[in-house]
Write a protein that binds this ligand. Sequence first.
Ligand SMILES: [Zn+2]
Length: 299
Amino acid sequence: MTLTILGCNGALPAYGRFPTCQILDVGAEMFLIDCGEGAQIKMQQYKVRSNRVNHVFISHLHGDHFFGLIGWLNSQALLGREKELHIYANEKLKAIIAIQLEWQLPYQIIYHDLVPNESQILLDTDKYEVISFPVMHSVPTHGFRFTVKRNKRMMISDKVRECEVPQYFYKKLTLGFDYEKANGEIIKNEILTTKGKPNLVYAYCADTLYTETIVPYLQNCNLIYHEATYCNDQLDKATARMHSTAEQAANIAKLSNANQLVIGHYSSKYKDISGHLAEANAVFEHVVLAEEGLSIEVK
Ligand SMILES: [Zn+2]
């Protein structure tokens, strides 16, 4: 699981920093998280194979989080995309996209509405789980928690063969079931399998006022992204505009018992963002500053 930052700035692009966009590579595919203006330029620059994206998550409908989407959707068509694309966003996005497209895309977009103020399970497969959770901003806004499931039990092939477990039962073995032979003999699961690896979890906390209501969704994440638009010198402005400071972001990571924190969404007021790092580090040790092109292995 690797997170790549394609845009790390706040509402205005500034000092070469682009508005918010991230790619989460989960192995078999990639998830696109927000899609600020210029996103596809950055995808090209950092050689992101975005045709592997089948699921797009848009936190809220402020322009710095989705103005790059229409261009990318159009380019996907020009590049020959035929497979369907799922977009998870506020219900208004569908009409906004439709009004900008005067031609029929050669692939289908399937919209999934994020319900304001609610947490939803957006994806739940053998391999991944994605949930949304509400954050506090001036329009309905959601964060997302991405889990790569790795905790299935691993089969001990010699034992499985020796006990003549049929292939159709393999999936159940990985889920912890005992196997019952035709003669009624029970083979305990722990004889046939070993423990799996812990899950990997990344949580994306989009534009938000400082709120500890999100902490239950963030427990024991390997990596958390939390916006840090301002430093504490602008705490009043952060509060008035429903954003957070670097110290507040670090506090959320600490309360959540995260392994690592990445901060971003810097105000264009700050050319130098080293103050954000110092402020966050005073509260939480493992902090990384988001910057375009940065890739972080989630571990
Ligand atoms: Zn924003």
